[in-house]
Structures are given as C-alpha cells and as structure tokens.
Design a protein around this ligand. Structure first.
Ligand code: NDP
Length: 325
C-alpha cells in the first residue's frame, strides 16, 4: 500500500473510490463521525484530493488547509469550483477529465436543440394528454437554413460544430481569439456573432471570466427567430435577462442544461411552455461517466508513480507546478 494519502470529501462513483483506494491511502471524509476533528488530524498529511461533479467548492482558503497537498484530481472537464490559479501559485497541480466526454456532450446538445426547435417534449405531452385525437400537433420551427454560432470553439465546441455541419448548418464562432485551423468564420464580439446567427450555443468554461457573457444585449441581437442553447455553465448567461427575453418573445426559445443556482430552477422558466429544460445531464451516461471516473483515477495513479498527471489544467502546467522536495 502506498503511503500517499488522498482525501475525498463526499462519495464519488464506486469505480473512483475503489481505484483511488487501490493506489493510495484513501480517507473518506463522509464516513467520519466528527468531520472537523478528522480533517484537523489528517490535513497535515494529505497529498492528494479526489473531487468533482458538484462536490465541495475549493477556493484558496480550503486548499490552504493542506500544507503538503500536491494534486487535486477532479471529475469533470469544468473546474470552476476549484481555484486553479491559487493552486498553480502554490505548487499544486489540478487535473480534470477532458476529451472523454466530447461526443456525449455534443450529442446532448443536439438532442436539446432538436427538442427545442421541433418541440419534441411538447409533442410527446400533446399525445399523452389525448389532444392528437382532436387535432394534429401545430407546425414548428425548423433547423433548415439556420446558422449556428458557437460561443467557445474548444474540444466540445468543435465536436458540436462537426455535428452542425452534418445537419447542413452554417457554423460561426466567438472566443477570445481566432483559431487559425478552424474552418469557420470568427466573430471578435459576441453581440456581433449573435446578430449573424439564429442558434447560439454556449460551451465555454464557467467562472468569473465568462460570467454573464450572454446578456440582454446579446439576446436582443439574437433576435425573435433566435434559439439559445446553454450547455456550458449557468453563470455564462444572465439568467434574469434570459427569462425577460423569453417572456417578452425577444428570442424564440431556449434549451438549457445548466442554471445559475443548481439544482434550483426559477419558477418562471419551469412555467414557460416554449423552453426545454434538462437537469445538467450533458455527460450523463454510464459509458462516459465511467470514462471520466477512470481518468480521475489514472491522473492520480500516474502522479503517485512519478510520471506526472495525464491531463493537468492550463493554470497548473506540469512539471512547472512541481513542488520543491
Ligand atoms: P475547452 O477549454 O476545450 O474550450 C473552451 C472554449 O471556451 C475555448 O474555445 C475558449 O476559446 C473559449 N473561452 C474560454 N474563455 C472564454 C471567454 N472569456 N470568452 C469567450 N470564449 C472563451 O473546454 P471544453 O470544450 O473541454 O469544455 C468547455 C466547457 O463545457 C467546460 O468548461 C464546462 O463548463 C462545460 N461542460 C458542460 C457539461 C454539461 O454537462 N453541460 C459537460 C462538460 C463540459 P478561447 O481560449 O479562444 O477564448
């Protein structure tokens, strides 16, 4: 058994718990009778933390409790719940689980988009309520002739773009910079891109840099035929502005997988018949969650064996963050 001590704050999938326990001495904080007393006792020895997926928020104040901490291995590609900048400055590497979920999230995005544009959940409800017996379901909007604007043409954004091309859509994108190898038109401003497209898909990271990027001005620019799809983070969109734009029909509709204060979804959205709402299920299949869990374990195992993390995040490049012995 390795003498490397790892902490888990709350239960993770069995594959992760078993994998981490097999390569290090795992402390399961949720099993402690007195959480604070246990933390005080083990914190000076903890060198690894496994976390993620809606678990503890880890700002510098939390990370600073572990003076020997070397790695945080996080479940999920988004890591806005961890202060990675603080970690990088203090010699702690943060690893996430990129790429293994690209296809799943892109599939969910298209499921959501088709649900919105063709009103598939509404049509299902219509049939179940016996209303088809009285009249056919009304005609809906269409994907034909539409332009998709992607906010965040990264790993998942590009996977969504390829699906959009297969659906016959024109694709454009916005990010902080143009990408030389991207075969799509770049817009240097989000409002400019919103004016040029009629489906806006948000797939950036969350956190302070992207907070409320999709605001009233952007939604206005998207226009009355516009559809907003958010599979990024709730924080990327000004939720009150979105509710107002939907209520006042400034945009046609929205499909949301993420919200400002999950799992709480505003009543105004729930009561709107013309939106489709998913409970943050972008990567939520057994296949993909297993692949993500395995990468949490593999990052930790590789680190403990001295080969470094497999997928460190940009703020904590390896070996630049390696702690002096
Ligand atoms: P990447 O880092 O590969 O891509 C992120 C993209 O966002 C980049 O193209 C980047 O472009 C752009 N971006 C970053 N900051 C800004 C900014 N301030 N303004 C405009 N664009 C910005 O990440 P992934 O594609 O792997 O994942 C993206 C996000 O998707 C995750 O961080 C997570 O929040 C979300 N996600 C949601 C899931 C769900 O269940 N709904 C599941 C998985 C991920 P540039 O650097 O040029 O600005």
């Amino acid at each position: 058994m390795s003498d490397f001590e790892t902490l888990m704050f709350s239960p993770m999938p069995p594959l992760v718990v078993e994998g981490v326990a097999a390569c290090s001495r795992l402390h399961k904080l949720w099993e402690a009778a007195d959480r604070e007393a246990t933390l005080a006792e083990i914190a000076p020895r903890i060198r690894g933390i496994a976390t993620g997926g809606g678990h503890a928020t880890m700002g510098g104040d939390v990370l600073a409790r572990f003076p020997k901490l070397e790695i945080v291995s996080s479940f999920g590609v988004g890591y806005d719940h961890i202060d990675a900048t603080w970690a990088g400055k203090h010699g702690i590497v943060v690893a996430n689980t990129p790429d293994v979920l690209n296809d799943e999230v892109a599939d969910t995005t298209f499921g959501l988009l088709l649900s919105v544009v063709r009103q598939l959940p509404q049509a299902d409800r219509y049939l179940r309520e016996g209303r088809w017996l009285k009249a056919p379901f009304p005609l809906t909007a269409s994907l034909r002739g539409r332009t998709m604007g992607i906010l965040g043409l990264g790993r998942i954004g590009r996977t969504i773009a390829r699906r959009a091309e297969a659906f016959g859509m024109k694709v454009v994108y916005h990010g902080r910079r143009a990408q030389d190898d991207a075969p799509y038109l770049y817009y240097p401003t989000l409002a400019g891109m919103a004016r040029a497209c009629d489906i806006l898909v948000a797939i950036t990271p969350g956190g302070p840099e992207t907070k409320n990027l999709v605001n009233a001005e952007v939604l206005d620019a998207l226009g009355p035929n516009g559809i907003f799809i958010n599979v990024a983070r709730g924080s990327v969109c000004d939720q009150d502005a979105l509710i107002a734009a939907l209520r006042d029909r400034k945009i046609l509709s929205a499909g949301l997988d993420v919200y400002a204060d999950e799992p709480n979804v505003p009543r105004e959205l729930i009561e709107m018949e013309h939106v489709v709402l998913l409970p943050h299920v972008g990567s939520g299949t057994k296949h993909t969650r297993d692949a993500m869990g395995q990468l949490v374990v593999d990052n930790l195992r590789s680190f403990i064996s001295g080969r470094g993390p497999l997928t460190p995040v940009a703020e904590t490049p390896w070996p630049a963050t390696r702690r002096a012995p």
